[in-house]
Ligand binder design. Structure first.
Ligand code: ZN
Length: 125
């Protein structure tokens, strides 16, 4: 069974290490911001969410599979998570933040470099 949403997950650390290696300054777990973004880059007015594919219901992703037991309960739960994600995004946008969401499957070794390269292109002042 998938672990509960934790802080300092491995995919998140991969993003942090990458940003750090390029000299980006960031804060972690913006507790004062809606949805507590995993990585906050104040200079770029950008927040990054590293989302688990299961908990955040990554559409058309093979890592997002609703369990066969208590199916309805899970569906509702994931829908609620997605709704919260949307609400938080709206709030952040309203505050002038740019939002980058990275799903964990895009940080698997096969895609990681591409995903991280793409990330730098989006971090433009
Ligand atoms: Zn995914």
């Amino acid at each position: 069974m998938a672990a509960i949403k934790g802080k300092n997950t491995k995919p998140e650390i991969a993003v942090r290490k990458f940003l750090h290696s390029l000299g980006y300054r960031y804060r972690l777990h913006g507790k004062d911001l809606p949805g507590k973004p995993d990585i906050v880059l104040p200079k770029y007015k950008t927040v990054i969410f590293v989302h688990g594919c299961f908990w955040h219901g990554h559409t058309n992703c093979r890592y997002f599979v609703i369990p066969k037991t208590r199916t309805e309960w899970w569906k509702e739960k994931i829908e609620r998570n997605k709704q919260l994600d949307d609400e938080n995004s709206e709030k952040l946008k309203g505050m002038g933040w740019k939002i980058i969401t990275i799903f964990e499957c895009k940080l698997r070794s096969k895609f990681r470099n591409k995903t991280l390269q793409l990330l730098t292109t989006r971090l433009v002042k």
